[in-house]
Design a protein around this ligand. Structure first.
Ligand SMILES: [Mg+2]
Length: 157
């Protein structure tokens, strides 16, 4: 559990971390050692899920050393709806979500904390408007949770 007190808002109590894979934690299906290490540190406090349509067919291998549950989505269903339903089922009020694509917009909006990652693949402008915070890259995004004071400075009223 991770409790974040932000002046002017209700405390954010996080239990879950939901991560989009491609364009967010992975670039062309590859996840850096640094990202793996950051996620595994967060996994000591939060239950972590990686959601993907597995576009590159590398998800299982890429996530093998991450302490997270890999959720491969049904490609026949719209990804945005699937991701939003997943977050709702977990408990959106206890969830931090990180994503970059158009199909992340609904989960970013529903989550207690939605973080939009720009990274090398860019991001959807729709998802950008649905997020609470926008970061340049996944390192900065995960650091907001590892060093929550940074988040407080950005979100306080
Ligand atoms: Mg993506």
């Amino acid at each position: 559990m991770l409790r974040i007190n932000i002046p002017g808002r209700k405390d954010i109590i996080l239990k879950y971390l939901v991560l989009d894979m491609n364009g967010t934690i992975a670039i062309e299906g590859h996840i850096s050692e640094e990202t793996i290490s950051q996620i595994n540190t967060l996994a000591e406090k939060l239950e972590v899920f990686v959601l993907t349509a597995d576009t590159f067919g590398k998800a299982r291998e890429a996530c093998s050393s991450i302490n997270a549950k890999l959720v491969i989505m049904d490609p026949a269903r719209p990804g945005g709806q699937t991701k939003a339903e997943f977050v709702e089922k977990l408990g959106a009020e206890f969830t931090a979500a990180l994503g970059n694509g158009y199909n992340d917009r609904l989960m970013l909006k529903k989550a207690a904390l939605g973080i939009l990652v720009l990274e090398e693949e860019g991001c959807s402008a729709h998802s950008l408007l649905a997020a609470d915070v926008v970061v340049r890259n996944i390192r900065d995004g995960l650091n907001l949770l590892l060093k929550p004071k940074r988040l407080v400075a950005t979100l306080r009223d």
